[in-house]
Design a protein around this ligand. Sequence first.
Ligand SMILES: Nc1ncnc2c1ncn2[C@@H]1O[C@H](COP(=O)(O)OP(=O)(O)O)[C@@H](O)[C@H]1O
Ligand SMILES: [Mg+2]
Length: 227
Amino acid sequence: MVCRVKFELINVSKIKNGKPILRNINLQFLSGSKYTILGPSGSGKTTLLRLLNRMEEPSSGEILFDGENIKNIPVTKLRKKVGMVFQIPVVFEGTVEDNLLVPYSIKGIPPDKEEIKKALTLSGLKESFLSQRAMDLSVGEKQRLNLARALLNNPEVLLLDEPTSALDYETALTLLDSVNELNRVLGLTIIMVTHQVEHMRILNGSAIYIENGTVLDKKTTQSRALI
Ligand SMILES: Nc1ncnc2c1ncn2[C@@H]1O[C@H](COP(=O)(O)OP(=O)(O)O)[C@@H](O)[C@H]1O
Ligand SMILES: [Mg+2]
């Protein structure tokens, strides 16, 4: 199997209001692989994810997507390929179906009912949810709805920023199962921030440990994250 590099960060630093947040990050994310980003609160994990879909720009260094500098990729195009799921799910008024029509209205194309059903099922929600009011869903179901909405852009990468932190123990585990399934069935590259070592184990990807804006070496990562 050819391991293509999906994302490459070359000497990436980020300074906000004069404060260094990320320092000289060099990383490669391989296509179809899974990654867990760990580290204490405030270490720069969210900032790193936000750089990958251009919600923020690096202060210096380069980020390549499929070998191309992301500065040269239109933001809308990049964000279709690089979906993001946040800590707190984002839900709009209306039914679950209304929420899943949003990607189509953004793209200006007619909705594809079969595609919607497939995204829903892959995200672990039954078809019967389509007619439910989205605001009435549990947090776990809302997070699944967010996954489904991201899938409708046919992404190649999913960025997940502590997607389970608002969920109870069991719901968190089943959501992680769905994420693993998306990687297995669709070959999505998964980059997930968590601070729970158990979640890292379930995702079963490579661990990246960030502390004070710096990526720790493999050995220190193991001692920090695997005890
Ligand atoms: N606009 C900003 N100006 C200055 N510092 C910021 C700004 N936004 C975030 N930070 C700081 O950047 C650091 C990293 O934040 P973040 O990437 O959210 O960390 P994490 O996700 O690991 O908790 C934190 O210390 C935070 O306070
Ligand atoms: Mg964060």
